[in-house]
Design a binder for this molecule. Structure first.
Ligand code: SAM
Length: 198
């Protein structure tokens, strides 16, 4: 039987919560963590105090520098592998991760001028706002280990539903938490027999 994912409303303005990532990670199988479209902040908070490695994919040299700074500040630099490039180009086909964290840009291209204070690269999600999110979803599908989990930050619960309806491979959405700043979806594999509709 399939049911809708749980939708919870959180009264904070934030992206993926480090606490939620750490809470999930404590129950996940052994293996590294992957952070896409971030500067390592959530991934570093999640792997702190564990023996897990963190792989961060950074699109620009500036994002690499920022991630390096965050890794040094957290004293976790030896456990962090920062890769410069496009998501699909910097992950080996055989790599698997226990937890994937992704915060892609999600504003539709035609709407980006409404937030002129943000760098275009950080917010521009292409024509439908989901261009980079689709790459993230494909990477999660290809690289999430069995029994693993992913947290994906988008603009709204409706956007999460739209993304999943475009084709989510073997992934299903278990829960969405709605924040003032958007929505975070908890994804897992379908072949793990979790009852959800998306
Ligand atoms: C919404 S911001 C993420 C903010 C991040 N969570 C933080 O706290 O700094 C989106 C990020 O995605 C990156 N990005 C944009 N297009 C990308 C692409 N095609 N592949 C990978 N990353 C991309 C941007 O450089 C930006 O850092």
């Amino acid at each position: 039987m399939s049911t809708d994912p749980i939708v919870r409303v959180e009264h904070e303005h934030q992206e993926i919560s480090p606490a939620w990532a750490a809470e999930l990670l404590a129950e996940l199988p052994a293996g590294p963590v992957l952070e896409l479209c971030g500067a390592g902040k959530i991934g570093l908070a999640a792997v702190a105090g564990t023996a897990r490695r963190l792989v961060c994919v950074a699109l620009t040299p500036g994002a690499v520098t920022c991630t390096e700074t965050n890794a040094r500040a957290s004293r976790l630099a030896p456990a962090v592998d920062i890769r410069l490039g496009r998501i699909r180009e910097v992950l080996r086909p055989d790599e698997r991760f226990a937890l994937v964290i992704a915060a892609p840009p999600w504003v539709a291209g035609a709407e980006t001028s409404r937030v002129p204070e943000d760098p275009l690269l950080a917010i521009d999600g292409g024509v439908d706002g989901l261009a980079v999110a689709r790459d993230c979803l494909a990477a999660i599908d290809a690289h999430l280990d069995r029994g693993g989990a992913a947290l994906l930050h988008l603009g709204s619960v409706e956007q999460v539903a739209a993304l999943m309806s475009l084709g989510s491979g073997s992934l299903r959405c278990l829960e969405v938490r709605r924040f003032e700043g958007g929505a975070v979806a908890h994804l897992a594999r379908t072949d793990e027999d979790v009852p959800t509709a998306w």
